[in-house]
Design a protein around this ligand. Structure first.
Ligand code: FES
Ligand code: FES
Length: 164
């Protein structure tokens, strides 16, 4: 038996036939679509390395069955840059040295984008720490990560004001 799931992935419509309804979004992205920027850390919802956006909200893709997302829009780390221009959160991570080995970084960045979209960062380091607490970094790059999120939040707020 086959299951079909229709997704928009980084702006591109995709129709995928699955031979097993237990395929997670994470495995679908990495193994079927070869979008390997999204990382598999714990594979059990504890590390945040697999964070992507579904309809603009962040989720752990290792805990989400692909078939449950029919019709959804997925954004992965590969979909953030606009051509050669990195997303402000990506730029801020580089500017603040918010990564060491980089394994957790795609998940951290997607989580930061979601957090800022949700309006939960509030320019407050404590709120950022709390909002990012589901994303673990074994290298402990947390100081730079919090600075990067605050910086990107300010840049995005300025961009919004300028566009209004
Ligand atoms: S791989 Fe999904 S939370 Fe760790
Ligand atoms: S930079 Fe290495 S795990 Fe976060």
């Amino acid at each position: 038996m086959n299951w079909t799931v229709r997704l928009t992935v980084n702006g591109e419509p995709r129709t995928l036939a699955l031979d097993d309804p237990r395929v997670t979004l994470l495995d679908l992205l990495r193994e079927r679509l070869h979008l390997t920027g999204t990382k598999k850390g714990c594979d059990r919802g504890q590390c945040g390395a697999c964070t992507v956006l579904v309809d603009g909200r962040r989720i752990n893709s290792c805990l989400t069955l692909a078939v449950s997302l029919d019709g959804a829009a997925i954004t992965t780390i590969e979909g953030l840059a606009q051509g050669d221009r990195l997303h402000p959160v990506q730029e801020a991570f580089i500017a603040h040295d918010a990564l060491q080995c980089g394994f957790c970084t795609p998940g951290q960045i997607m989580s930061a984008v979601g957090l800022i979209n949700e309006g939960h960062a509030g320019g407050d380091p404590e709120r950022v720490r709390e909002g990012m607490s589901g994303n673990l970094c074994r290298c402990s790059a947390y100081v730079g990560i919090v600075e990067a999120v605050l910086d990107a939040q300010a840049t995005l707020a300025e961009d919004k004001e300028r566009a209004a």
